[in-house]
Ligand binder design. Sequence first.
Ligand code: HEM
Length: 371
Amino acid sequence: MDSAFPFGFPVATAFYLVLYVLTFVLHQAFMHYVLAGSLCLTWFTISQRRETVGWARQPLLATLREWIPFLLSAAITAGVAPLLFIQIVYQHQFYTANLLLWWRWMIVVPVLIVGFYLTYLVKSQRLWTWPYLVRVAVLLVTSACFVFVGFCWTANHLIANRGATWPEVYTTGQLPFTYTEVIVRMLVWLAGSFPTMCVILGWQLFYRERVSRDGAQNESGQDAWGTRALSRMAIGGLAVSVLAGATYILVIETSAKGLVFGNVGRPYLMMGALGVGLQIGGWISMFRQNRLSLLLLGFVSAGSLTTLVCISVLREAVRLSAVDLLSLADLHAKAAEVGGFGVFLLAAVVVSLLIVWCIQLVRTGTTTSNA
Ligand code: HEM
């Protein structure tokens, strides 16, 4: 394996790898909004002890409360596509890890259901009339649900990559990684979720401001506090994530480092750095101007997308050092012969249109209720 990802693999393997990475990027974008959004709401609720209903109506927080339930549905829906492709690409690695995770894997769905209903409680006005401690408790539990689900995906990923430890995990029930490794890895995606959330939320606040300016349909306007909070969260999240990523690279196997810094990963490492640079530059400019601008939001969006694609490829490069994917090439070729890609594309288009329609419905509802 000496060519840039995904070259160097047979066509069918490369095809499924690319589909896996692209669909995973979509899952990440939505999931980051939910993760960072719930953590952000939790933090502001804890820190704003005295304020209640008025604070929860602040545009940045009101938008998060309004949209997290929808974005959670989108994250779950968008998780299905990479879930399908990962099973084709890695086969028994994935299923075995699911089985070895045992109860932790079994409770992912119930935890997601609890988190899902709590996001509706957070969205309601009622919660914000309840005592401070109850509000904080509800938000802490909501965030904990999503962090736990993310942890389970991390644990599943790490077990899948360590075939040699499976017999021991089966007999002892002990997970095959240290606290340090899992915490550093979780820090990469926990902190990294903030810049993505800030991009999506930035567009939402920008649009809100447009509506209030053009049609005087709401009174919130674009607030300077919101722009500064977004810039701080995006830059802080990027800094912590890059630091955690650099630390993570120090602890991975030498073979994995070889792929990340070698021909497979180097182009993505460089493009990823460019993506981070674009985001930091864009957010600093908006912080200085005290307002969100169309051009700069375009810059940070391009930077964010580039970063997400690159980090997903680099994540894959680490896995490729642990799994002999070429030995599964025949199975990938067989899967490609089965067909069904047309149906997948049709389903992807229909589901995307339905999602856009739902957004339109929610947006109309939001605008009407704000009027
Ligand atoms: C709010 C709920 C969720 C959160 C917070 C979440 C979080 C995450 C995180 C953090 C990862 C990357 C783990 C790592 O690389 O260390 C991940 C991977 C993934 N998630 Fe999600 N996830 C959620 C729901 C779902 C759901 C419901 C599905 C499926 C329908 C799903 C499908 C996937 C897939 C396929 C991967 C890639 C696994 C791999 O490559 O090993 N996720 N998720």
